[in-house]
Design a protein around this ligand. Structure first.
Ligand SMILES: Cc1cc2nc3c(=O)[nH]c(=O)nc-3n(C[C@H](O)[C@H](O)[C@H](O)COP(=O)(O)OP(=O)(O)OC[C@H]3O[C@@H](n4cnc5c(N)ncnc54)[C@H](O)[C@@H]3O)c2cc1C
Length: 284
């Protein structure tokens, strides 16, 4: 086995230099099994990228936040998003796996990435560039030397997520996340197949017109070729259509309204699943 060089930079500048010839090490849950193909790993833990804060109307989660940290950040992360972190991996893995690692290593079966796309997540790169999560996923594999420092999304977010899997704890065969943030239209995301969860613009347009049937048909069509060893395309297309129609119906009846932090009273049972993080700063 080739000896592995391990470095642990203490600053972003140092990390960027070392990433020119090494692989970023978040929690290592994806990287470690590839150990034989690695020469140098750059452990990001010394960079102070594990803070989670709500500031200026945004949730800003450091790239090094663990998935478990997101779950334990009571009041900062909306409940539905925290739930998708829980679905991402078991407790042991969630304590190691980082937010950036989960996004960069994801395939279509990632509940968390489907949810982050639905709430309009953005990635911040070292150097200051901010890009939509959609674009970050399209850029994978990232060019050598790229360092994600944080992920962010608007604090006033609303999310609905449903999945069908072999067991309640398994990864989805079909997942649907529908979300929106203050002032935005609904984003409809399908997961459970392929290289990454995908947005379905036609379903989004139909939902904006409250045309649930067309939203459902657009989702089914988006998965019309989505067959693999886990499920046939016919099955996925059908389930995607059903889940979109179900979640969209909840939204159209008012259960998916975005609320401000002070608007907590008088919720309908459906609305009770929404909540908005309070303006909070600091580590979790
Ligand atoms: C048994 C098992 C099953 C899994 N099944 C699935 C599955 O079915 N679908 C799915 O989507 N995921 C799956 N995962 C992935 C899981 O969600 C990820 O392993 C985990 O979240 C990755 O996080 P990490 O911090 O450990 O990443 P690491 O392993 O540390 O890194 C993952 C990748 O991201 C890069 N990276 C990490 N942080 C940064 C950064 N800040 N900037 C730039 N690059 C960075 C690394 O160089 C590496 O290429 C599975 C994982 C395990 C262990």
């Amino acid at each position: 086995m080739t000896p592995l060089k391990y470095v642990r930079p203490e600053s972003i500048e140092q990390a960027l230099e070392q990433l020119a010839s090494g692989s970023a090490l978040g929690g290592g849950t994806t990287l470690v099994p590839r150990r034989n193909s690695l020469e140098t790993v750059v452990d990001l833990q010394g960079l102070g990228l594990a803070d989670l804060e709500v500031s200026a109307g945004k949730v800003v989660a450091g790239a090094g936040c663990t998935l478990q940290q997101m779950i334990e950040a009571e009041g900062m992360i909306i409940e539905e998003l925290a739930e998708t972190c829980r679905r991402e991996a078991s407790w042991n893995l969630r304590n190691m796996a980082t937010l950036a690692g989960a996004v960069l290593a994801c395939d279509g079966r990632s509940p968390l990435v489907a949810a982050l796309l639905a709430v309009g997540g953005k990635a911040v790169l070292a150097g200051g560039e901010t890009l939509d999560l959609d674009e970050l996923l399209d850029r994978r594999p990232l060019p050598t030397g790229t360092l994600v420092t944080a992920l962010q999304w608007k604090a006033k977010a609303s999310l609905r997520y449903e999945q069908v899997a072999r067991t309640p704890a398994d990864r989805p065969i079909v997942a649907v996340a529908i979300g929106h943030t203050d002032g935005s239209a609904h984003r409809v995301v399908l997961g459970g197949f392929g290289a990454r969860p995908v947005r379905v613009p036609r379903a989004e347009k139909a939902l904006a017109a409250e045309d649930l049937r067309s939203a459902s048909e657009a989702a089914a069509e988006a998965y019309a070729q989505a067959g693999d060893v886990w499920a046939s395309a016919e099955y996925r297309a059908h389930v995607a259509g059903v889940l979109v129609r179900r979640l969209a119906a909840e939204l159209v009846t008012g259960a998916g309204k975005v609320r401000g932090p002070s608007e907590g009273k008088g919720r309908t049972p459906g609305e009770a699943r929404d909540n908005v993080p309070s303006e909070t700063k600091g580590k979790v």
